[in-house]
Write a protein that binds this ligand. Structure first.
Ligand code: RB5
Length: 148
């Protein structure tokens, strides 16, 4: 898959490990930074990843900030983006099975490295179940139209 990865300063240390893991798993990775530990605003980083998912230029995005929440809120402003703030195996898996998430948002402050690795592997390998869940995801797209 083509995967774009970004973090703010709080996710800076974790992001390089995420990039390494993705490359080891054989994915094509775009690292959008941030490239120094200096403070940056998470919406500026989310907006380097989420529009590409929205336009279908990349398959998935992974965003890391302190809690994972700011990145998630920002990424979900782009149509067709289904960013999920996941914090364990179950949320990583179910965000794929039921919600067809295409951006994974991670907390650098709350999650350990091994858990993050496991969640990413699960998130990348778990298929969307479709069926009744496809109907619900389609309704999310309809809401995007209403919100315009
Ligand atoms: C940055 O201080 C922090 O607010 C950010 O990393 C993130 O946790 C926002 O949701």
């Amino acid at each position: 898959m083509r995967i774009s990865v970004g973090s703010d300063h709080r996710g800076f240390a974790i992001r390089s490990k995420v990039v390494e893991l993705l490359k080891r798993l054989g994915h094509e990775v775009e690292d959008v930074g941030t490239f120094t530990p200096d403070a940056v605003d998470y919406p500026d980083i989310a907006s380097l990843v989420a529009p590409k998912v929205s336009r279908g230029e990349i398959d998935r995005g992974i965003l890391v900030c302190g809690t994972g929440l700011g990145m998630c809120i920002a990424a979900n402003k782009f149509s067709g983006v289904r960013a999920a703030p996941c914090h364990d195996d179950l949320t990583a898996e179910m965000s794929r099975r039921h919600n067809d998430s295409n951006v994974l948002c991670l907390s650098a402050d709350l999650l350990g490295e091994r858990l993050i690795d496991r969640m990413i592997e699960l998130w990348l390998s778990t298929p969307f179940e479709g069926g009744r869940h496809a109907r619900r995801v389609a309704k999310i797209s309809e809401l995007e139209q209403e919100g315009k």
